[in-house]
Write a protein that binds this ligand. Structure first.
Ligand code: GDP
Ligand code: MG
Length: 204
């Protein structure tokens, strides 16, 4: 198994949009309506399955206290491979901030990253929707990101978000590949062991 810390993924977005809830739902399968605010940046590792015999090991940074779009420094994006930008579908302000996030990341940090994913969260709150699908798609297209409408409460699209993150990493060259002892392929990038690298992959 290769170090997941090599496949760093950062979650950003306005406080309260549901970043921690999305990560918790994926990792533990539960949802807490009284989810407490994250103190400092939280880090967790996961193995994400792409197909029945392929998985990508990722390290997820859940930002907190740095949730202003202009507060992140290059430090947060160093060695980061994918940024997940989250907004709350029931908060117009969080969508506007997501646009600023994407602009800042694209202008300043795209050199660090292999891709972004845009997430409209809390899609279960259908009667409180403040952002249309079309608007979100337009924003996603502008920055060349994938867009998902998800709910940590119902679980909708949570797996799809992480699968897309894993696919971005998997498809980005150079990719280090290794077959582990149970013949299950686990992917990660590493600065050592290049002699075991047997392929470069692109998205098409
Ligand atoms: P963060 O600050 O971005 O990490 O947001 P949290 O994960 O702490 O969530 C903020 C609040 O939104 C909490 O009260 C959660 O219970 C709630 N929340 C998060 N995700 C959802 C969701 O998908 N649906 C609903 N209805 N509430 C959610
Ligand atoms: Mg949080």
């Amino acid at each position: 198994m290769l170090a997941s810390s090599e496949n760093k993924v950062i979650f950003v977005g306005l406080s309260g949009v549901g970043k921690t809830s999305i990560i918790n739902k994926k990792q533990r399968g539960d949802f807490n309506i009284y989810q407490e605010a994250t103190i400092g940046a939280a880090y967790t590792t996961m193995n994400i399955e792409i197909d029945s015999d392929t998985e990508v090991s990722i390290g997820v940074w859940d930002t907190a206290g740095q949730e202003r779009y202009d507060s992140l420094t290059p430090l947060y994006f160093r060695n980061c491979r994918v940024a997940v930008v989250v907004f709350d579908l029931s908060s117009r302000d969080s969508f506007d901030k997501a646009e600023l996030w994407l602009k800042v990341i694209n202008d300043k940090y795209s050199g660090y990253l292999e891709g972004y994913v845009l997430v409209g969260s809390k899609c279960d709150k259908v009667n409180n929707r403040k952002v249309s699908v079309d608007e979100a798609h337009t924003l996603a297209e502008k920055y060349g990101t994938h867009y998902y409408e998800a709910s940590a409460k119902t679980g909708e699209c949570i797996d799809d978000i992480f699968r897309q993150v894993a696919l971005i990493i998997f498809n980005a060259p150079p990719v280090f590949k290794e077959v582990n002892s149970i013949d299950r392929k686990t992917f990660g990038s590493t600065k050592t062991g290049r002699e075991n690298c047997y392929g470069y992959y692109s998205c098409c």
